[in-house]
Design a protein around this ligand. Structure first.
Ligand SMILES: Cc1cc2nc3c(=O)[nH]c(=O)nc-3n(C[C@H](O)[C@H](O)[C@H](O)COP(=O)(O)OP(=O)(O)OC[C@H]3O[C@@H](n4cnc5c(N)ncnc54)[C@H](O)[C@@H]3O)c2cc1C
Ligand SMILES: NC(=O)c1ccc[n+]([C@@H]2O[C@H](COP(=O)([O-])OP(=O)(O)OC[C@H]3O[C@@H](n4cnc5c(N)ncnc54)[C@H](O)[C@@H]3O)[C@@H](O)[C@H]2O)c1
Length: 463
């Protein structure tokens, strides 16, 4: 006899969805969480980050207000403490919603640190959220590993003086001067947030352009906009050590070009790794590769009773993909007629002050297999005209020249994530440029430019 049909370790984006769909389909389900219900996205990721983006954006709207006739009190100031308190209240509300949603679905909730003892047995012990919890042993026919990921710090002297995104959300005060290392999603987003709130931000990265892996033209355009947002960029520069110069309140960052910078905080935004420490993977015989659990998008590991979804697989590392994997797995196990997602045309956004939204292939990826027609448009959004705010929008379509199918859509500028989410439907449906052109524009909008780009900017032959 097993205690559960399905037991999920980790109540984040993937785990919660998997547990809920399994329970809805009649399975007896348990779930363990050691730190925060709702996981990274709700507590230390997407949600608090987006609230911070809104806070920074509000500051810019106040600056622009006089240009639209508003008499606002100036100079305005930003109260970090009251914002963080408001953000925390909202997160607490969401934690409650997650707990009640799971309970209403008839799922047993365990607060504590779970570890595998073998392929069907696990133990739940005390954790930060439940320090007094007594150890419980549980058996399950199927176990789902959904423990997510955790920030990685660079291996340099003094790296313990740096903070990561986990700590930024709870800093007692906003750093006046901050150095951010890494220009991936987190580095770029926090550069925008903190600069928008009034901090002096220095952004260090190894490559000539930020956002490695994105379309080159998008990266070039973004680099210009990062400058316009008052952030000092240090491309091609790596940190070599950090020194404490103020009893933990000030840090000196020394870089590989011999320069040094004195700041209130250094944020390492240098990637994340799967959260597998003390999970008992060896005891259960679960295979790992380069620090993450080896599993396909169907969640199957090398152990038939154990599945892995979300960041622990280190493939897509986004909330909607973790949710989709959790949902598909639950249906595959308990209702095989279920819903499928297409991961080929994954929309992505970087919530910088001028946000990036992309779906499908970059020009460089597409040119490996296709002859291309590239359509681009750069223009100043109407909202910026009266306040005379600099910074152009970039919109770009990557089209197969022979089939006319739109392979990729890219945008940098206000509302890019919202616009690209909708265009992702067209790219997923493999619509052609002609079909985009048949769509009547909605005027005046920014998005209309995606259906009014008539002439290719350039033709690119496959490499
Ligand atoms: C700063 C930041 C911003 C982000 N912004 C976005 C965004 O805008 N959009 C987006 O799509 N994605 C974003 N992400 C990524 C997104 O948060 C993750 O991809 C997503 O949360 C992964 O879901 P998951 O279910 O795999 O893991 P998680 O959400 O990390 O959940 C795993 C849970 O497992 C728990 N756990 C771990 N080990 C154990 C154990 N042994 N026992 C019990 N519980 C355990 C953890 O406490 C955690 O709650 C962001 C991430 C960060 C860090
Ligand atoms: N908007 C979103 O959807 C969103 C937001 C935040 C995070 N996320 C997810 O979380 C993941 C983690 O975010 P992240 O920004 O930490 O990772 P990332 O992989 O996007 O960026 C890591 C950065 O660290 C740099 N780096 C790595 N090793 C280094 C070294 N030794 N020296 C100097 N620089 C080094 C990389 O060059 C890169 O700039 C992302 O990949 C993404 O999937 C998504």
């Amino acid at each position: 006899m097993q205690d559960y049909d399905l037991f999920v370790i980790g109540a984040g984006s993937g785990g919660v969805r998997c547990a809920r769909i399994a329970a809805q389909n009649g399975a007896r389900v348990g779930i363990a969480e050691r730190r925060h219900w709702g996981g990274t996205c709700v507590n230390l990721g997407c949600v608090p980050k987006k609230l911070m983006v809104y806070a920074a954006e509000t500051g810019r709207m106040i600056e622009d207000a006089p240009a639209f006739g508003w008499d606002v009190q100036r100079p305005s100031s930003f109260d970090w403490y009251s914002f963080i308190a408001a953000k925390d209240r909202e997160i607490e509300r969401l934690n409650g919603i997650y707990i009640s949603m799971l309970e209403k679905a008839g799922i047993d909730l365990y607060t504590g640190d779970a570890k595998l003892l073998d392929a069907n047995t696990l133990e739940i012990g005390p954790s930060v959220l439940a320090p007094e919890a007594s150890v419980q042993r549980i058996r399950a026919k199927t176990i789902v590993l959904a423990t997510g990921s955790t920030p990685v710090r660079l291996d340099i002297p003094g790296s313990e003086l740096a903070i990561t995104s986990d700590e930024v959300f709870h800093l007692p005060e906003r750093p006046q001067k901050v150095a951010i290392i890494g220009s991936g999603y987190i580095g770029v987003e926090f550069a925008g947030i903190l600069a928008g709130m009034g901090s002096q931000v220095d952004l260090f990265y190894r490559q000539p352009l930020p956002l490695r892996g994105f379309d080159e033209e998008v990266r070039t355009h973004l680099k210009e906009l990062i400058d316009l947002h008052g952030i000092t960029q240090h491309p091609g520069i790596s940190p070599v050590r950090l020194e404490d110069i103020g009893g933990g309140k000030a840090v000196r960052l020394v870089t590989d070009d011999g320069a040094s910078y004195e700041v209130d905080a250094v944020i390492m935004a240098t990637g994340r790794r799967a959260a597998v420490d003390s999970l008992g993977l060896e005891a259960a015989g679960v295979a790992m590769e380069k620090g993450h659990v080896v599993a396909g998008v169907d969640g199957k590991t090398n152990v038939p009773s154990i599945y892995a979804i979300g960041d622990i697989r280190d493939q897509y590392n986004l909330t909607p993909t973790a949710i989709a994997e959790g949902h598909m797995l639950a249906e595959q196990l308990f209702n095989p007629q279920g819903r499928m997602w297409s991961f080929e045309t994954l929309p992505k956004a970087v919530f910088f002050s001028s946000p990036v939204g992309v779906v499908g292939l970059s020009e460089e990826e597409a040119a490996k297999d296709h002859d291309l027609a590239i359509y681009t448009s750069r223009f100043t959004p109407m909202r910026q005209t009266l306040p005379k705010r600099a910074g152009k929008i970039l919109m770009k379509l990557v089209v197969d020249r022979h089939s006319d199918v739109v392979l990729g859509a890219h945008m940098v500028g206000p509302d890019a994530p919202e616009i690209i989410q909708m265009l992702a439907i067209a790219v997923t449906a493999k619509l052609t440029k002609k079909q985009l052109d048949q769509t009547v524009a909605l005027h005046p909008s920014t998005a209309e430019e995606f259906v009014t780009m008539r002439t290719p900017t350039r033709l690119v032959d496959r490499h």
